[in-house]
Design a protein around this ligand. Structure first.
Ligand SMILES: [Zn+2]
Length: 375
């Protein structure tokens, strides 16, 4: 990272993203790409409503008399909670699926209970085998790759598809959205959370227990679910003017939801990962991307974002407590952990990966979708 420091003049993305580029006005590639994505994939106002009504009609028609018309992942975070709220408003009845990976905070458990109770939705909790999951998380840490959240994100998608198939449900409601998550540099995450080849390669090299029950979803299975079973994911937040502050206010008032302080802090591990491991070892502060997205979607000014990013990620007491808790739960000594933190950073691609073929398929699929839409 011997590049001269530079920050975008419009958002707050900077050279901590090694691939960032700037135009003559000093505006970064993320700002430009965001505008393109937003223009292509976000529909608000009457157009959004029309499209959302069509989607709801399709979901209902497909469900027929089945009890649940869709499945959705419920982490208890803002986005998934708002998806649940919106689904209710739209007259849908999703089966809410929660992945318990052992790291839920007490507050997230309470929030999830409140959400399903107040909305009258059913909840299916998939409790992951802790010893296997711990072994996999430790393997990712020892592999020294940036995206230690893959074991969680991979399992959530796998469980959602499995539940959809078992219950004969064709639609998965997703909280992924462009308005609050549209910016995320390629190098800050692994580009394919369903990269089973990468997961297996890392676990083979650094794991010590066989993965017997860990939920898996590789490329072939994903294609099978998509092409044969015709299970579709719907990002419903892209069909409304999704505003984080407003969403928080609504879910707080109507569902008794309580804030965790920051995005994804519903999980103890994620908080420690984002606020400590990512910043200290990888030099990445994910808030920079989240705040930049809010600037680009008009939900925050650049000045507000600059002041927000100055706030410290951890106060000393919280850091000490979280570190003690995480290390103890993972069975790591302070020394082992420091050794992991000092390992040279590796790319996910240093291990086996299906990222290239995944990108080829995704780009062909996008082209096909746009071709169909034009006809
Ligand atoms: Zn920018």
């Amino acid at each position: 990272m011997d590049r001269e420091y530079r920050i975008c003049k419009r958002c707050i993305m900077d050279t901590t993203d090694p691939d960032i580029s700037f135009d003559e006005q000093g505006i970064c590639n993320h700002c430009r790409e965001y505008a393109v994505h937003y223009g292509k994939d976000v529909f608000t106002g009457d157009e959004g409503k029309k499209r959302l009504d069509e989607i709801v009609a399709r979901i209902r028609a497909k469900a027929g008399k089945s009890e649940h018309d869709s499945v959705m992942g419920l982490s208890g975070g803002v986005d998934s909670t708002y998806v649940a709220y919106l689904a209710k408003q739209l007259g849908l009845n999703p089966l809410c699926v929660h992945l318990d990976n052992g790291w839920d905070s007490e507050l997230s458990v309470k929030n999830i209970e409140n959400i399903v109770r107040r909305l009258g939705f059913d909840l299916h909790t998939h409790v992951i085998d802790w010893e296997e999951f711990k072994d996999l998380q430790l393997a990712y840490m020892k592999a020294s790759v940036i995206d230690i959240e893959v074991p969680t994100d991979h399992a959530i998608t796998a469980v959602l598809y499995d539940v959809a198939r078992e219950q004969n449900i064709s639609f998965i409601l997703s909280g992924n959205n462009i308005a609050t998550e549209g910016i995320l540099p390629f190098s800050w995450v692994h580009g394919n959370k369903n990269d089973l080849i990468n997961l297996k390669a890392i676990h083979r090299k650094f794991g010590s227990l066989p993965l017997k029950s860990y939920p898996r979803l590789g490329l072939c299975r994903r294609l099978y679910y998509h092409v044969v079973k015709k299970i579709r994911t719907v990002k419903i937040l892209n069909y409304i003017r999704y505003n984080k502050k407003e969403a928080k206010r609504i879910i707080t008032e109507s569902l008794g939801w309580r804030d965790y302080g920051y995005k994804h802090y519903e999980s103890f591990f994620t908080r420690f990962y984002q606020a400590y491991i990512l910043t200290k070892k990888f030099g990445v502060d994910k808030r920079r991307a989240h705040l930049s997205t809010l600037i680009c979607s008009g939900q925050m000014t650049r000045e507000e974002a600059l002041s927000e990013i100055q706030k410290e990620l951890y106060n000393e007491d919280d850091l000490k407590n979280d570190k003690e808790y995480v290390l103890k739960k993972l069975g790591l000594s302070e020394k082992d952990f420091e050794r992991i933190m000092a390992l040279p950073v590796k790319s996910h691609l240093d291990y086996g990966s299906d990222l290239k073929i995944h990108r080829l398929i995704m780009s062909a699929y996008e082209k096909l979708k746009r071709f169909k839409a034009r006809r």
